[in-house]
Design a protein. Structure first.
Length: 323
């Protein structure tokens, strides 16, 4: 606007007031020059602003690109400079979260691989030593010793089966089929599977579940959960011990509690970690890890703690109704 007034004033001074045609011509010239200067200045301002804006955008993008390349190359816990509080900054925060998640996943994978190798190595070493003794004539082949070999093979097969099962459960496509149903028949039916072994070990297995209690559960998967917990308890309890199971309503949750007199664990908070045993024995596996994954698939929770009767208590909270 300043340029327009300046040019118009300059050309009006050059004219006599009676010269209308010349006045219009000079006024038109002033407008054209003003428009040209305005466009030129506007172009320069836009170019400079675009350059500065491009630098503001491209620089963080280059930083994020370098950060992503480091992740691809396997570097973890990579530091990221301070980013602007905008969409690019949010992308940087997401990449940092991805970095931490990948690091935790890789650590978990390495630990699982090491533990799995250890678990497989033990029965293989036992089998090799026994077969070598047969081959060298140090041992006579007897049904009992062959039975020991078979037991080690069964252990190997069980480890592979547990690993396959855990992979299935951790698959994002894994689903369960839940419905509202009575809990008592499921618990009683599962407990009956272990009645013979409890009798042989002179253990008491007490079930106290009200017949009216219902839960929003998958019967097949709940049975699998209970089997893992019962097997864990039976393995821990010595002769003349006790295992008791009862259930109750707790707000919108169904609470199933299984308590035993098996001596407990020094680290109950770690029992759901892969290949950590609930007792001091070497009987480790994926049973409780699978159990926790199945409970979480029900949108429930599970916890283990030492109890007052000298053993372990497992508490499982499951939804009573569909959410």
């Amino acid at each position: 606007m300043y340029i327009l007034l300046h040019k118009a004033h300059k050309h009006f001074q050059m004219l006599d007031s009676s010269q209308n045609d010349a006045l219009l011509a000079h006024f038109d010239m002033a407008l054209r020059e003003t428009a040209s200067w305005t466009l030129l200045i506007l172009f320069v301002v836009i170019s400079i602003a675009s350059f500065l804006l491009a630098r503001m955008i491209i620089k963080p993008m280059h930083i994020l690109q370098a950060f992503a390349l480091k992740l691809v190359k396997g570097e973890r816990y990579v530091s990221l400079p301070s980013m602007p509080n905008d969409a690019i900054g949010q992308l940087g925060c997401s990449l940092q979260t991805l970095d931490k998640t990948l690091a935790q996943y890789e650590q978990s994978r390495n630990e699982m691989t090491q533990n799995l190798a250890h678990e497989i190595r033990n029965p293989l070493a036992t089998l090799k030593s026994q077969l070598s003794a047969f081959e060298d004539g140090l041992w006579e082949v007897t049904p009992a010793r062959l039975s020991n070999c078979t037991a080690e093979l069964d252990r190997l097969i069980g480890l592979v089966a547990e690993l396959d099962q855990l992979n299935v459960i951790n698959d994002p496509k894994f689903t369960i089929e839940r419905k509202n149903q009575f809990i008592a028949p499921i618990i009683e039916k599962t407990a009956m599977l272990y009645a013979p072994i409890c009798l042989s070990k002179k253990m008491e297995l007490a079930i106290d579940v009200a017949p009216h209690l219902k839960g929003f559960v998958d019967e097949k998967r709940l049975t699998q959960i209970l089997q893992n917990i019962f097997e864990n308890a039976i393995h821990a309890v010595e002769s003349d011990g006790r295992i008791q199971c009862y259930a109750k309503e707790n707000g919108q949750s169904l609470c199933i509690i299984i308590a035993d007199t098996g001596g407990g664990s020094p680290t109950p908070e770690k029992l759901f970690t892969r290949y950590v045993s609930s007792t001091s024995s070497s009987n480790k596996g994926l049973g409780l890890t699978i159990t926790k994954a199945l409970v979480e698939a029900h949108q429930g929770t599970i916890m283990m703690k030492n109890n007052d009767i000298g053993g372990m208590t497992c508490q499982i909270d499951l939804p009573r109704h569909s959410s």
